[in-house]
Design a protein around this ligand. Structure first.
Ligand code: FEO
Length: 177
């Protein structure tokens, strides 16, 4: 059975993951309004990934005989000046989430909760990818320097990202990697 303070920390991280989904969905909606369909598709896929992350934690707490207690979500920002500002914000957010996982691992180690520590290692590696993905788009946008043609081409490229299946979010399995 999971210790109460580890359970509370994981419940808090479930909230962080849904907050991430909410933030990226808000960015998707903003891109949608600005007719940047590809950017919007990318952000909707990212929101789906975050729900899968939340469900992985949700299922783990249940598997350890813990109690999932959902917390309230933050109201996300609704508009961003341009895609560069949005992706810089996404990149900073991912760095914040990486810090959350590092703190969680520290907590699990202090409690000698090896199962939680091993489960969290998946997220640590996932965060390397998450930061790299957002960071790469920031770099591309900076290179483009406001070119409309560049924006059009990047919108086409980002639109090829596929949305995770809603079923994966419910199952919360490793398929969501
Ligand atoms: Fe679930 Fe993007 O971190």
């Amino acid at each position: 059975m999971i210790k109460k303070n580890v359970q509370d920390a994981l419940n808090n991280q479930i909230m962080e993951e849904f907050n991430s989904a909410y933030l990226y969905l808000a960015m998707a909606a903003d891109f949608e309004e600005k007719k940047l369909k590809g950017f919007s598709t990318w952000m909707k896929a990212q929101a789906g990934e975050e729900m899968i992350h939340a469900m992985k934690l949700y299922n783990f707490v249940n598997d350890r005989d813990g109690k999932v207690e959902l917390q309230g979500l933050d109201k996300p920002q609704a508009t961003w000046k341009d895609p560069l500002e949005a992706f810089k914000s996404a990149y900073n957010h991912e760095q914040y989430i990486t810090g959350c996982f590092n703190d969680l691992i520290k907590r699990a180690r202090e409690e000698i909760d090896t199962a939680t520590e091993i489960m969290l290692q998946w997220f640590v590696m996932e965060q390397v990818e998450e930061e790299a993905a957002a960071g790469e788009i920031v770099q591309k946008l900076e290179m483009m320097g406001g070119s409309k043609e560049g924006l059009y081409l990047l919108d086409q490229e980002l639109g090829t990202r596929t949305l995770p299946s809603p079923g994966l979010a419910v199952a919360g399995g490793a398929e969501g990697e």
